[in-house]
Design a binder for this molecule. Structure first.
Ligand code: NAP
Length: 345
């Protein structure tokens, strides 16, 4: 059992970095927390993340990845895509017992699949060493792993809907996934599509040429059954700040005997996935590490519809990463994550 841990966060001024500080600051096994920031070194965490006012002594330090890796038992990287690739060579042999990367850099094990979505990888020899840390599906398989790649937010929602069917060998046809997301999915830097006047009462599709998270979904589903047909993933910006709601539709060659059985088989021992008997509401999961799922069948059982609601910054990022840390280090899986949400929000 790991206790009294020293934990460091790189990219502390970002949205995911802020969520990591919130969660790790209340984690029972974390004794000492350091936050590193390229843009806000020397400022208090509360001046960057106003909800951290209760932690006045937490000050962001100037970015120093090697120092962080040398000091920490656990190192979290919450950096823009591409930055982890640049620095991982220097970090991978550091004394830290666990490194968790939250960017896309090490999520895809197949270099060709990675390159098709993100371009050439700058440290492809390190890809094999990372484990895709889809905590609610992998569970105890994360125990003892040292290098974790936390999944993307859309990919998390997609895989919670599809991995059980893939594991049961019942992704008979390519699934169609329709997802909506809040503006925090795009990070802390304002852009036209995240600017309040454009976003607040608006709704639009984007990345219709193919969202990059699809590649990690394809890679993860291949690991489940080796054969799954690649799903489509169509994403939309919704007038929300947080949260992802995804609806997956799967056509089946023959009805499932018990449609919920594949989901129970994967999730019954998992504390954060809840199978509801009605469609989930996004507001019920916002701010939490919980995922709400609902499965319906129609067309005489030959069509399965799975709805998933998660918070993109918690279940889709920082919360899942902390859950993966708990599993990797043999801590209680729910440590530091046992809070519920606020409703309505
Ligand atoms: N937002 C989500 O819902 C979500 C969900 C899952 C995964 N992710 C992934 O998590 C990572 C962080 O996402 P985010 O939403 O927190 O992004 P973000 O709000 O843009 O934060 C990223 C942080 O990285 C640091 N940074 C920015 N540019 C940098 C540069 N050129 N070199 C080094 N550091 C730089 C900055 O922090 P400092 O100045 O403090 O260093 C910045 O605040 C991304 O890879 C993203 O894909 C995000």
């Amino acid at each position: 059992m790991a206790e009294g841990m020293k934990v460091a966060v790189l990219g502390a001024a970002g949205f995911v970095g802020g969520e990591l500080l919130r969660l790790l600051g209340a984690h029972p096994a974390v004794e000492s927390l350091r936050a590193f920031s390229a843009s806000h070194g020397g400022q208090t965490a509360a001046s960057v993340h106003p909800a951290l006012r209760h932690a006045p002594s937490l000050v962001l330090e100037a970015a120093a990845p090697r120092e962080a890796g040398a000091w920490a038992d656990v190192l979290f990287l919450a950096l823009p895509h591409g930055k982890s690739q640049e620095m991982m060579e220097d970090l991978v042999d550091c004394p830290a017992r666990l490194i968790v990367d939250l960017a896309a850099d090490f999520r895809i094990s197949d270099p060709a699949l990675f390159a098709a979505s993100y371009g050439e990888h700058r440290a492809p020899h390190l890809l094999d060493g990372f484990t895709y840390a889809l905590a609610d599906v992998s569970g105890s398989a994360l125990a003892g792993r040292r290098l974790l790649a936390a999944p993307g937010c859309f990919a998390t929602a997609c895989l919670l809907a599809l991995a059980p069917l893939a594991r049961a060998g019942r992704l008979d046809h390519p699934a169609a996934c329709f997802a909506v997301t809040g503006s925090t999915g795009a990070g802390v830097q304002p852009r036209r599509t995240t600017h309040h006047p454009i976003r607040a009462h608006n709704f639009f599709a984007y990345a219709l040429g193919g969202h990059r998270h699809r590649a990690e979904v394809v890679d993860a589903l291949r690991r489940e059954d080796g054969t799954s047909a690649p799903p489509t993933l169509i994403v939309h910006s919704a007038p929300l700040v947080r949260g992802i709601h995804l609806t997956a539709r799967v056509l089946l060659d023959r009805p499932l005997d018990d449609p919920l059985e594949p989901y129970r088989a994967v999730f019954e021992a998992r504390p954060f996935v809840h199978l509801l008997d009605q469609p989930p509401e996004l507001a019920a999961v916002v701010g939490t590490n919980h995922a709400h799922l609902h499965l319906a069948t129609r067309a005489d059982g030959r069509e399965a519809i799975c709805c998933v609601a998660i918070d993109n910054l918690v279940k889709g990022a920082a919360g899942q990463a902390v859950q993966a840390m708990n599993l990797a280090l043999g801590l209680d899986e729910t440590a530091g994550l046992e809070f519920g949400g606020i409703y309505p929000c």
